[in-house]
Structures are given as structure tokens and as C-alpha cells.
Design a protein around this ligand. Sequence first.
Ligand code: ZN
Length: 254
Amino acid sequence: MIRYVRSLCCFLAAFVLAATAALGQSKPFHVLAFYSTHVEQDHVDFALQAIPFFKAMSERDHFDFEATSNWDDMNPSVLKKYQVVLWLDDAPSTSAQRAAFQDYMEHGGAWLGFHIAGWMDSRETWPWFADFLGTVFYGNSWPPLPAVLNIDDPSHPTMKGLPASYLSPANEWYSWKPDPRRNPNIKVLMTLAPSNYPIGFKDTLAGGDIPVTWTNTKYKMVYTNMGHGDKILTSPVQNRFFENALLWLGGRNQ
Ligand code: ZN
């Protein structure tokens, strides 16, 4: 009888532990994706594919996902309802939107930025964002082409389950100045493999160290250069990264 009670207790304790762990894993968080329909068509195409992609993910992974094309929603009273903000190929353009985003990120908000979300014509356009991103756009490749990406840190939660390198679908690739890797706050997660160079015909990235995905360790943020055109979400490997990144930013898989 005692043995029976003890094993029942063990069973119940294990059940409670498992249930608590499951609850922790599925703790709901709220995501708001910003996008635009008046920008370059390839960027609209990506955003309009990414919205149902992340919506399906939210049902699978038990978080809330909403999208808005009204960038004035980037204000304190809206942002406080969300734990993670996505920029699907655009960025805030007014000083009020930018100030709200800065305050959000400096008070525990999380951000996943895609492709042209990291673009600025110069550092002076928004100096805080240049420091947040850790660099400034420098050049690009054209036309969009697939590229082999190397994983820099396989132990990072956003890289879980990814191979050491993979073929990323056709994208317009950016270069950066200075190299974000030289910024002590930046942890580079993926880099264009040297075997890609030169990449592009009309516009060419000839070589050098070109990170494509990184995090600024002072913030809860991931920037990724992928996001141009309608092929981006066709790689299950890359899609796993997108899912890892969003869940990590949402407080899961730490
Ligand atoms: Zn683009």
C-alpha cells in the first residue's frame, strides 16, 4: 500500500511538473506585425505571404498574432498590448512612430525585423535605430538570387535544428557598413557563405564578411535580411529559423 501511495505521489508530482512545463511553453504572448501595401511590389508580396504564415504559426504554437498596415498604431497605448512587434518590409516614418518604438524597445519590447526594415539611407536619418541595428545599409545585390547561408552560432536558440549551412531562397541581399560583427553589442547568427561571391548581376556583392541575421544583445531583437519577393517562405529550414526566432522573442525556448 505504501509503495502504491508513493508511486501514485511520484506519478502526480511528475504530472504536475509536466503540466507546469507545458504551461510555460505555451504561455500566450501577443504579436503585432506592421506592413505596408504602397511599397515595392516584391516587399508587399513578402508581407502578404508572411501574414498567413505567422497566423498559422500562432495557431500551432499558441500565441496571438495580428497585423496592421497603419503605422500610426506604433504608439504607446497600442504597443503596450504586445510582447513582440514585427516589421514586414517597412519601417516607421514619423518622429512619433519612431519615438514610440524606441521607448517600447527600451522597456522590454521585442522586435523581429525583415529585409528593408533594416534599411536607412544614412545614419543621420535615425541615429538611435543605427545603434539599435548596429550598422547602416551600404549596398545590395540584384536581381534576387538564392544564397548559401552559414550558421555562426548553432547553440543560439534561434538556430535550433538548423544545419551548419543551408540554401536560402531567392532574396535581394544587403551589405552593411560598418560590419555589424565588429560591434561589441551585436551577435551575428547567419552570414553569406564566401562561396556565393560574386552574387548579383546588375548590382553585385563582390565579397567580404556580410552577416544576414543578428541580434543586438542590449535588446530583445532579431534582424534578418531575408524578405524580398515571393520565394522567401519556401524553405522549411529557413521557416524553422523564423519560427525559432519569434518563439524566442516571445519568451519561449530561452
Ligand atoms: Zn528588397
